[in-house]
Design a protein around this ligand. Structure first.
Ligand SMILES: CC(C)(COP(=O)(O)OP(=O)(O)OC[C@H]1O[C@@H](n2cnc3c(N)ncnc32)[C@H](O)[C@@H]1OP(=O)(O)O)[C@@H](O)C(=O)NCCC(=O)NCCS
Length: 155
């Protein structure tokens, strides 16, 4: 008989998750030096007690920088990345965030399918433009995207 895949659980990130999140981000060549400063706005996905995915945001007033989306290589393509974006969006909306911004070099098509649209860098609010990710951590070639969280229904 075929064995069911162990369930994935979602939870707010805790201090004990910093090390496994760092390992996932490092493996994916994503910035990992400063995410722990924003741990209060991070979620993790776990399977059998092991962290297999993460995502978070940095809040700047009504705007937030979505960052550090990562799924364990062996689980990619199974919908976990999409579920992490959905969960974070719901949490951010409940906290009054009105618009998400992000920078990506690898996942433009993934985010485009989830309601994000390209956003010219000069139009980005000052708080988001002042983040480390915008200033030093992401290459200038990274695409900036945004999504309005207030719209009743997003594609
Ligand atoms: C980007 C990332 C988080 C997506 O996670 P995921 O769990 O693979 O995402 P999903 O399965 O929800 O969606 C992936 C999409 O790619 C498709 N896909 C097909 N095969 C795939 C594969 N082998 N690997 C990844 N995606 C695949 C899926 O069908 C899905 O398409 P859809 O958008 O039409 O549904 C993951 O690839 C990752 O960790 N990448 C490295 C880190 C990174 O680039 N993060 C983004 C930083 S901005």
């Amino acid at each position: 008989m075929k064995r069911l895949a162990p369930a994935i659980e979602f939870s707010a990130a805790a201090q004990k998750d910093v090390r496994p999140i760092t390992a996932l981000l490092r493996e994916a060549s994503l910035p990992h030096g400063d995410f722990a400063d924003h741990l209060e706005h991070f979620l993790v996905a776990s399977q059998e007690g092991k962290v297999v995915g993460a995502i978070g945001f940095e809040r700047h007033g009504a705007d937030a920088l979505l960052r550090s989306l990562v799924v364990s290589p062996g689980l990619r393509g199974g919908g976990l990345g999409g579920r992490l974006v959905e969960q974070l969006t719901a949490a951010a909306r409940a906290q009054g965030v009105k618009r998400f911004y992000l920078l990506t070099t690898t996942a433009e098509a993934f985010f485009a399918k989830r309601g994000f649209r390209p956003s010219a860098r000069p139009t980005v609010p000052a708080g988001i433009a002042a983040t480390k990710e915008f200033n030093s951590l992401c290459p200038v070639s990274a695409v900036c995207m945004s999504r309005n969280l207030e719209a009743a229904r997003q594609p």
